[in-house]
Ligand binder design. Structure first.
Ligand code: NAD
Ligand code: GLY
Length: 358
């Protein structure tokens, strides 16, 4: 089993990665003594696929466990869902010594983490991520929360899990479009932090797309170890953690402008290419390296161009309402080399106009 460590003092926790880990989770939870009783929170799709396996693993370890579900999809990531789940926890008599298990993708992790942060002012929770996006990104780092009509992730809390259990086998049932959402984030790690990993992705594209588990495990381990280092240095996104937003400034604008019909991974892919164009125009990044990134994104089957249905003015309006915009200036994470980025608000309007012109 591979084990990584997120070093946050008394809030530190392990990330455990192994094929077939699902069956071992009960035993490990028992050894760690996180709680005597657990409630698994899962969306209906994941509950159907993996609910029984997790319940059986905890039952074998003698840990009483129940499962509560909610409808799959981003539309469930609301305060109303959290309120409904909190009532279910109270009705089940869950107390401060009990714990939650987030079994699912980023939606489940964000909802369950926020529920754990607020139920009885905080109970422990662990993550069992089942999408590639959740395994390489959202299950690590403690960002939890829900959407409100005014924007995505606008209500939430930093609240770290007690452990993260990653079983790459579950990716076998993941639809291709969901896999690609995760791949956009995987490519991001190569650009922001690790040029060797970027080369690895160039050389192992076919193995990744055909779900060769040892290769996928290596990908997950590298991404989690980068995320663990970044989060340990800057848990609350005061500075370094902002590099994880590479591709997300323009990406979020494109995603919002599509009415969230465009997949998040596609929007991030488009955002990463747009950030490269800004960096090249500012003379910070070479044309050759920008082409390398664009080629890798395209080779994975992700889009590279802003959709023709978008409009520059609408995209600019979205940029100005983004959480990354301060005093009317959007912040960009721009590459200076593959494996290295800079955070800057020093991008003039005409350049932004040029890159956003459809
Ligand atoms: P998701 O949780 O909605 O999962 C996507 C779909 O895949 C769902 O329909 C789900 O039922 C299904 N699914 C999950 N695992 C499966 C499996 N193994 N087999 C078959 N189907 C499976 O979406 P997501 O892409 O995992 O996460 C997106 C969410 O994550 C967004 O809300 C985003 O804001 C959030 N996010 C959070 C962070 C963070 O740091 N907290 C980071 C990135 C994204
Ligand atoms: N996904 C970005 C972060 O966790 O900071």
């Amino acid at each position: 089993m591979k084990q990584l460590h997120v070093g946050l003092g008394e809030r530190s926790y392990p990330i455990l990665i192994e094929n077939g880990l699902m069956a071992e989770i009960g035993k490990d939870l028992k050894v760690r003594g996180i709680a005597k009783r657990f409630i698994v929170i899962a969306d209906t799709t994941v509950a159907e696929l993996y609910g029984d396996a997790v319940l059986a693993s905890l039952a074998q370890a003698g840990l009483p466990t129940d499962l509560i579900t909610f409808p799959a999809g981003e539309a469930s990531k609301t305060l109303a869902t959290v309120a409904g789940l909190a009532s279910r926890l109270a009705q089940a008599g869950l107390d401060r010594k009990d714990a939650l298990i987030a079994l699912g993708g980023g939606v489940t992790g964000d909802i369950t983490g926020f529920l754990a942060a607020s139920y009885m002012r905080g109970i422990p929770f662990v993550q069992i991520p089942t999408t590639l996006l959740a395994q390489v990104d959202s299950s690590v780092g403690g960002k939890t929360g829900v959407d409100i009509p005014e924007g995505k992730n606008l209500v939430g809390a930093f609240y770290q899990p007690r452990a993260v259990y990653i079983d790459s086998q579950v990716l076998r049932t993941l639809p291709k479009a969901e896999l690609l959402n995760g791949i956009a984030e995987v490519i991001k790690y190569g650009v922001i932090y690790d040029s060797d990993f970027f080369c690895f992705l160039e050389n192992h594209r076919t193995a990744i797309l055909s779900l060769e588990l040892p290769v996928l495990e290596q990908v997950i381990e590298t991404c989690c170890s980068i995320k663990a280092k970044v989060v340990a240095e800057d848990e609350r996104e005061a500075n370094l953690r902002r590099i994880l937003n590479f591709g997300h400034t323009i990406g979020h604008a494109v995603e919002a402008d599509s009415g969230y019909h465009l997949a998040h991974g596609s929007a991030v892919a488009i955002g990463m290419v747009a950030a490269c164009r800004l960096a090249v125009a500012k003379g910070m990044f070479s044309v050759a390296e920008a082409e390398r990134l664009t080629d890798l994104i395209a080779a994975f089957g992700l889009p590279t161009k802003i959709p023709s249905t978008s409009s520059r003015d609408r995209l600019k309006a979205y940029l100005l309402t983004d959480k990354k915009t301060v005093a009317g200036r959007p912040f960009f994470v721009l590459p200076t080399a593959i494996g290295q980025v800079e955070i800057t608000a020093d991008v003039n309007d005409s350049l932004i106009d040029q890159v956003l012109t459809v």
